[in-house]
Ligand binder design. Structure first.
Ligand code: ZN
Length: 150
C-alpha cells in the first residue's frame, strides 16, 4: 500500500473496520515518511470459514448473517450499529486468528452469546431464548437469575 503523497510503501494502519458483508476492510493509514493520512478499502483474500450445522451439513460463514441476527435481538435497545459491527468483527477476527477453517454452529453461537451478554442484557435474553431453546419457564428464570447475579 503506497502513500498517495510521497509514494513511500512504509505505512502503518491506524484503524481497521469491516464494511458490509465482511468482504472488504476500510483502513485508516498513515505514511511513516511524510505523516500523510489516507483511507483505503481493501479486499481481504481470506479462506472461507465453514459452519458445521447441528445436522452435520456445512454452510459458508457469513458475517452479515451474524449482523442480522444480532441487530434483530437489539431492536429498540440502546445499542449502536457500531457496537454490533464491532461484536461481529471481533468474532470474525478470532475465527481467522485461530486459522480454523470450520466451526460447529454451537461453538459459534456460544461465542456470540457470551459477547451479547456484555452488550445488552435484554438483547441477550431475547437471543438466548431462541438460541438456548428453553423448554420450561424455570429454565428461563434460572437464566435471568444468573444474569442478575452477575
Ligand atoms: Zn508519504
Amino acid at each position: 500500500m503506497r502513500c498517495p503523497e510521497c509514494q513511500s510503501s512504509e505505512t502503518k494502519v491506524l484503524e481497521s473496520r469491516l464494511i458490509q458483508e465482511g468482504a472488504s476492510v476500510r483502513r485508516r493509514r498513515e505514511c511513516l515518511k511524510c505523516d500523510y493520512r489516507f483511507t483505503t478499502y481493501e479486499r481481504e483474500d481470506r479462506f472461507q470459514i465453514r459452519v458445521e450445522k447441528n445436522d452435520g451439513r456445512f454452510e459458508d460463514f457469513r458475517s452479515e448473517k451474524l449482523l442480522k441476527s444480532v441487530s434483530i435481538a437489539c431492536q429498540k435497545r440502546p445499542v449502536k450499529p457500531d457496537q454490533i459491527e464491532d461484536l461481529v468483527h471481533d468474532i470474525e477476527r478470532e475465527l481467522y486468528s485461530k486459522g480454523k477453517k470450520s466451526i460447529k454452529s454451537k461453538a459459534l453461537g456460544d461465542m456470540l452469546i457470551s459477547r451479547m451478554r456484555n452488550l445488552d442484557h435484554v438483547a441477550y435474553v431475547r437471543f438466548a431464548s431462541v438460541y438456548k431453546d428453553f423448554k420450561t419457564p424455570d429454565e428461563f428464570i434460572s437464566e435471568l437469575r444468573a444474569l442478575r447475579d452477575n
